[in-house]
Design a protein around this ligand. Sequence first.
Ligand SMILES: [Zn+2]
Length: 345
Amino acid sequence: MAVRLRGVVLPEGEMREILVDAPGPEVVVAGGFILPGLVDAHCHIGIAPGGAPVTSLEQARELAIVDRDAGVLAIRDAGSPFPYPSLDDDPELPRLARAGRHVAPQRRYLPEIGQEVPPSEVAAEVTRQAKAGNGWVKLVGDWIDRDRGDLSPAWEDDILTAAVQAAHAAGVRMTAHCFEEHSIATLVRAGIDCVEHGTGLSLDVIDEMARRGTALVPTMINIETFGHIADRAEGKFPKYASHMRHLQAGFPAVVRAAYEAGVPIYAGSDAGGGIDHGLVAQEMLRLHAAGMSTMDVLRAGSWGAREWLGFPTGADFTVYDTDPRDDLRVLQSPSHIILRGRLLS
Ligand SMILES: [Zn+2]
């Protein structure tokens, strides 16, 4: 059926009518504030609660539906150990931008999640994973090195640089998991398209990102878990624990500095594994608390992210009873969801 929406349409902020055309009778949704849906720009529908890979398409679908019912109508999956290309056009699911499997260093990443490769295989694996995703490749830029007892880059600079080049040669965008300082600097200078987390960003590298237009998805919900990670690691890896605590303590200031420098920032919850799906509105509240204006937070978690990810416009909408520009908390409870032209609730 067709859906006629009447309300205040954001970002313009004008009262108008939108007709989402379809065969059949027309349903009218009147009143409220209309967004083109939320976007979770970093989550994992291929990682089950608890951290193991999902084992069926149905399980991945269920996780995506948790996001959808929270108003998330587009997702960027930042790495999946379970392939699910057949869900790209599933009419019930949010629109999907997907990386293939994380390209990870050997025995230095979450068990079973990444495609672990030696340095000599990184570029070739990036090329393979470019085909497995639908526009993105995800690299693990750094992780704990147990021999050193601290975070350290996954590979030498020349390997990280070659990985970015391989992604671009394959015609896809690359992003990387980066907690520590050196991997981010190297990858940004190599022309990576986006940085996930970004706790180790220096002001110099932030300026470089702003100059290049490199995006940042800070996943502030994830960074809040660093204290627990540090507590658990303290006995065996005190240097790592203290590094993690240091990165966490400085992080809201990093996000604020990136924002003030003009780095494009997008909202990502990092759901999958230890973080529940459906929390991107909470991530948006954290971006606001870090210093982003209400309109820029809305851009980061809605229309701006859709544009960045190349999703079409005109068939996806969320409606809210009160104005999210006055109070972003309303984003946690959409009153109506229209996905791919259909009124779902
Ligand atoms: Zn993630």
